[in-house]
Design a protein around this ligand. Structure first.
Ligand SMILES: [Zn+2]
Length: 480
């Protein structure tokens, strides 16, 4: 990404007089409170703070200051196809990306998508994104993905994946290991390993799990996806000792009680992509079930091919889906829900501290002295929706939106101010995206490009298993 010089903000920085959602363990809310940032960390939180000379002052009066939001599953490389698949089902997505056109993405296309996704996230107050990067079919693609993230001013975790090859194959390459060694111990670019477990009883994913373990990397896996991955995969992971507290199960939307128990018992967490589950068809957004098992939750947006890249939408959709389920189930028994089980503060926690916990980062997702200064100020003086601010959590979940994000800091640096990204050459990014779209469009062909927004589904293969690298099929993935 191109930046135009350093951000014109000296540190320290103080956000003055906001309503602060600390997201500490007690979910303390502080009114008329300052947050002082020194270097990359939160130095002090309190009223009328004395600050060092030369501190940049940002007025947070009338606004909400909250920790930067954390998205634990987003396919950033797909962002150049923004909105293209708005009417897709999951099956059509598999056809377009897994079977037909995913291979057309060049390293520079991955770079362009990642760069745009990185900016899209920051602009919406999402300061950390797990890039579920399953388009890395060559080492050059991987370098391009990492390069884009390293040059963007947010915080990322690159979850390395490759849908074109079996996990046991690409994780065994020296190039993969070299990549991991090259990018280890970077505070702004963490690493995970991303692959799915088909449920094949031969458990061909075992070597990939072993490599991840040897390298000390967490595995993130689409698990509980109707028609693709189900209970058999969870069972194999469990019986072979590959389920741990660091494991992230994406969607976990169509699983049996048994699988939820295994996830709970091994301390794993679930990345819930409510908008995705609601319209693509992985299964019902599972927070209502995860709450019953006390399984930790983080939120995610999945892909901008369909949905927005902001977690306001994720929080709103998640609260709605959970309540909708609760009402529906109660009413089917002739009962009335008189008190909502899921509350706004809980979904704000999932969008912030919840993501931090999943990533093993107790220095993120909370506004307390010593934590990393990844911060969001929601304030929009020109919006009639900005006042009155009576219920800060309710305001964030149901009233605010990305356009209300006034200021964003990552690692103590101001990356968005007065509703604009700082030091970003968006026109350069647009040129790269245009080149990628032009390349894909001509490679796909005009007729198919138009048809691709509602792709035909082959008669075989896809419903049982979208992965090109295996012929394994399993009827159990269709149901419980
Ligand atoms: Zn996904």
């Amino acid at each position: 990404m191109t930046t135009t010089g350093d951000a014109p903000f000296d540190r320290p920085v103080v956000l003055r007089g906001g309503t602060v959602l600390t997201m500490d363990a007690a979910r303390t809310v502080l009114t008329d409170t300052d947050v002082l940032v020194v270097d990359d960390r939160i130095a002090e939180v309190g009223r009328h703070l004395a600050v060092p000379q030369g501190t940049t002052e940002i007025d947070a009066g009338g606004g909400v200051v909250m920790p930067g939001m954390i998205d634990t599953h987003r396919h950033m490389w797909q962002t150049a196809m923004r909105g293209y698949g708005a009417d897709w089902t999951l099956t059509q997505y598999f056809v377009w990306y897994y079977l037909e056109h995913g291979v057309r993405f060049r390293p520079e296309d991955v770079h362009a998508g990642n760069t745009l996704a990185a900016l899209e996230a920051l602009e919406a107050g999402v300061t950390t994104v797990v890039d579920w990067s399953h388009g890395l079919r060559t080492p050059d693609h991987a370098d391009a993905a990492a390069d884009a993230l390293l040059n963007a001013p947010g915080r990322y975790v690159l979850a390395y994946g490759n849908i074109q090859q079996a996990p046991a194959e690409w994780t065994a390459t020296p190039e993969f290991r070299a990549f991991v060694e090259r990018h280890r111990d970077n505070d702004r670019l963490g690493l995970q390993v991303a692959f799915d477990v088909t449920g094949d009883p031969d458990f061909p994913e075992r070597p990939a799990f072993e490599v991840a373990r040897e390298l000390g990397l967490a595995v993130t896996t689409h698990a509980g996806v109707w028609g693709a991955t189900g209970d058999n995969g969870i069972k194999l992971m469990y019986e072979n000792g590959f389920m741990g507290p660091e494991t992230v199960y994406v969607h976990a939307a169509s699983l049996s009680e048994d699988s939820y128990q295994r996830i709970a018992a091994t301390g794993g967490s679930v990345s819930v992509s409510t908008e995705s589950e609601q319209s693509a068809g992985q299964g019902y957004p599972p927070t209502w079930k995860l709450r019953a098992y006390d399984i930790p939750v983080s939120l995610s947006m999945d892909t901008s091919v369909w949905w927005s890249g902001d977690l306001f939408s994720a929080m709103r959709a998640t609260l709605g889906a959970d309540r909708s389920r609760e009402h529906l189930e109660a009413q089917s028994r002739g009962e009335t829900v008189t008190h909502s089980a899921l509350r706004a503060p809980q979904v704000v926690e999932w969008a912030t501290r919840g993501g931090a916990t999943v990533l093993g980062r107790d220095d993120l997702g909370r506004i307390v002295p010593g934590a990393k200064a990844d911060l969001v100020l929601i304030r929009n003086d020109h919006s009639p929706v900005s006042f009155p601010l009576l219920n800060p959590y309710g305001h964030v979940v149901f009233q605010a939106q990305r356009g209300d994000v006034h200021t964003v800091l990552v690692d103590g640096r101001v990356v968005k101010y007065e509703h604009r990204l700082v030091g970003v050459d968006l026109e350069a990014v647009r040129r790269d995206i245009d080149a990628t779209v032009e390349h894909l469009r001509s490679a796909v062909g005009e007729t198919e490009w138009a048809a691709g927004m509602s792709p035909d589904v082959p008669e075989s293969k896809v419903l049982d298993n979208p992965y090109t690298y295996t012929e394994f099929r399993d009827s159990s993935t269709r149901g419980r």
